[in-house]
Design a protein around this ligand. Structure first.
Ligand code: KG4
Ligand code: ZN
Length: 340
């Protein structure tokens, strides 16, 4: 089965071709128009998707040496995400499916992240625990099989990636700041500033806004020169507190869930310290740890096409005609039906 998939839920315009679960080609363009604004501007994101969509689809078709008429199934992210952006990808994929008299399938963005490590690692041993951390979401999910998900914890305020972006912005880094914070923190001393490790309680929920505020108050008391000289120490100390909190929750979830593997997914899964520390924690528990390849941590269409294939082979039918869903909690995905 040949699947052409599209991802356009936020600021990545991406297309991929997947044949029987194997990735043939993927093209992802991260929109640069948002950089001056310190965050994604929904209207600009929608317009950029309109400009880029044709190019990314034509690129994967060319790379894979495939004609669109050979595609069996068109798939696109239906939510959660920015409504204007989702509409561009969904309309494009649906339009192609209708014109070529092929099937269309809507995909849940977070569900696709859950399975993204399989793109390179092959089938993972269920039940496995996924830390899904991006700019918009931070979740701990126990995956026991396709459409068998149990959300153990989520963030009560900011997402982890959002905290990286906001702290980076405080220190003058361009949006999105996560990768640059990762790089600069590696040069700093993570014990230089004592920031609070949040949500040190019995729940598997996260909270990062207090940490971000603590960094903001500390920075406010420093001169420009001190900030300049101690940027990497500030970032390393922020990261130490943020990841200490994340690891506490992963450990708690491991204790209650009986997971046989640990997986990280989403944009923040590209973080070098997170990869290192999560790997060490999994080794302590005696379970394997899996990460998507760097290009599949952030938003991409390869994971959308891969999940579409997994759902098809599991015999799970599509929910039929549906609008896009800007809000679409993972918990509402019912077995056998994409439309709750
Ligand atoms: O999954 P993603 O591409 O988009 C969303 O669905 O949000 O994640 C983007 C987020 C941004 O907040 C970005 O700063 C963060 O992932 N990020 C990182 C790193 N690379 C990307 N955060 C920490 N360390 C990184 N290396
Ligand atoms: Zn995402």
């Amino acid at each position: 089965m040949l699947i052409l998939s599209i991802e356009s839920s936020c600021d990545e315009s991406s297309a991929a071709l997947i044949e029987n679960g194997r990735l043939l080609a993927v093209e992802t363009r991260t929109q640069t128009v948002h950089q001056p604004y310190g965050g994604v501007v929904p209207e600009l994101a929608g317009r950029s998707h309109l400009e880029l969509m044709d190019a990314v689809v034509q690129t994967v078709a060319r790379q894979a040496g495939t004609a669109l008429t050979d595609v069996d199934l068109f798939a696109a992210t239906a939510g959660p995400g920015l409504v204007g952006s989702l509409l561009v990808g969904i309309s494009y994929a649906r339009g192609l499916a209708t014109a070529l008299e092929k099937r269309f399938r809507a995909v849940h963005h977070l569900e696709a992240h859950l399975w993204s490590a399989e793109l390179s690692a092959g089938e993972l041993p269920p039940p496995f625990l996924v830390l899904l951390a991006s700019g918009g979401h931070t979740l701990l999910v126990l995956v026991s099989g396709v459409r068998n998900y149990h959300v153990l914890g989520s963030t009560r305020d900011d997402a982890l990636g959002e905290a990286y972006d906001k702290v980076g912005k405080l220190l003058g880094l361009p949006f999105p700041a996560g990768a640059e914070v990762d790089r600069l923190a590696a040069e700093g001393d993570g014990t230089r500033f004592a920031f609070p490790v949040s949500m040190n309680d019995a729940s598997a929920d996260f909270s990062f806004s207090g940490l971000k505020t603590a960094v903001a108050y500390r920075v406010r008391r420093m001169s420009n020169r001190e900030i300049r000289e101690q940027t990497s120490d500030l970032l390393a100390s922020f990261q130490a507190a943020a990841l200490a909190s994340v690891l506490l929750k992963v450990e708690l979830a491991m204790r209650v869930s009986g997971a046989r593997a640990v997986v990280a997914a989403g944009g923040v899964a590209a973080n070098s310290q997170l990869r290192l520390r999560l790997g060490n924690l999994a080794a302590e528990w005696g379970v394997p740890c899996f990460f998507p390849q760097l290009q599949f941590c952030g938003d991409n269409a390869a994971m959308i096409g891969y999940l579409a294939w997994k759902l098809e082979t599991a015999g799970i039918r599509d929910g039929g005609p549906q609008p896009v869903r800007p809000r679409w909690p993972l918990e509402l995905l019912g077995a056998g039906d994409a439309t709750p």
